[in-house]
Design a protein around this ligand. Structure first.
Ligand code: NAP
Length: 262
């Protein structure tokens, strides 16, 4: 029934436990603060103890309940440890956001196999491993869950020098669609991707220079008329973690200022 309580509670994520991978990055950090201020408990994870701890300190200073567990998302035993640490600390896992990822644009003839593997491991293998072990935990809990894979607008658009990244992100979209088929009806676990275009981060800061050709070219393709800020990322993440998105699974949620529309 669509009554006042139903509508008022549909975005309520208070008390849910989320693991955020790549938490120390620009988008991961935005998710941690967004979820934390919405009342969720956050397990910060990344490869370096120092940066994970510093982020946790920042979150705690704002009254957010959090913890951290370090590990490389592409190493199976590290992922098992992060999942176990989360369950030990918070008792359960309700939401997974995989925001760890890496790109190194290079012409294919100049890219060596080891760099291709680094891109595939950080984007695809790490995502797959977190899905596997968090999914196993969610299935055991028997309460469903929400899995949000950070992909890219590039998952459906080729680009010169992006053979690794575009392939990896296209793979992530299909991973979400396959898991949706595998899990949603059977276990109540929704799996969707968020597909961003350029958002402000340490790596993309240079693209925000209004005098640069890159910036001007991007704006020609962006119906929203600007590039993304970390704040723009939070709403879709809360939506996909909440019951408001219960009927969505296997979706690739455009969070790209209309880039796919143009
Ligand atoms: N910002 C954008 O414009 C944009 C656009 C489209 C898609 N995306 C995607 O959104 C996600 C987050 O992007 P972001 O802007 O937050 O990136 P970011 O600031 O570079 O952060 C990504 C995080 O991933 C982890 N990481 C980096 N290299 C890794 C590797 N080789 N193996 C494992 N983990 C690695 C790092 O965490 P630790 O060092 O703590 O491990 C890093 O903090 C990525 O998947 C990215 O591809 C971003």
């Amino acid at each position: 029934m669509i009554n006042k309580d139903f509508v008022n509670n549909m975005f309520d994520v208070k008390g849910k436990v989320a693991i955020v991978t790549g938490a120390t990055g620009a988008l991961g950090k935005a998710v941690c603060f967004g979820y934390g201020h919405a009342g969720m408990k956050i397990m910060v994870t990344g490869r370096k103890e120092e940066t994970c701890k510093a982020l946790c300190d920042e979150l705690e200073a704002e009254g957010i309940e959090c913890s951290f567990s370090t590990g490389d998302p592409a190493i199976e035993n590290d992922v098992i440890k992060v999942v176990n640490d989360t369950v030990s600390k918070f008792g359960e896992i309700n939401v997974l956001v995989t925001s760890a990822g890496y790109n190194n644009p290079q012409p294919i003839v100049e890219q060596n196999l080891s760099m291709w593997k680094t891109i595939m491991d950080s984007d695809v293998q790490g995502t797959w491993l977190f899905c596997k072990y968090v999914g196993k935990q969610m299935i055991e809990q028997g309460k469903g869950g929400k899995v949000i894979l950070v992909s890219s607008a590039r998952s459906k658009m080729g680009m010169a020098n992006y053979t690794g990244y575009c392939t990896a992100k296209g793979g992530i979209d299909l991973m979400a669609q396959s898991l949706a088929c595998e899990w949603t009806a059977k276990y109540g676990i929704n799996v969707n991707t968020i597909n961003p275009t350029v958002f402000r981060s340490d790596l993309t800061e240079w693209m925000f220079d209004p005098d640069s050709e890159v910036y001007k070219n991007f704006l020609k393709r962006l119906p929203v008329g600007r590039l993304g800020e970390p704040e723009d990322f939070v709403g879709p993440c809360i939506f996909l973690a909440s019951s408001a998105s219960d009927f969505m699974t296997g979706a690739n949620v455009a969070t790209e200022g209309g880039y796919w529309a143009n």
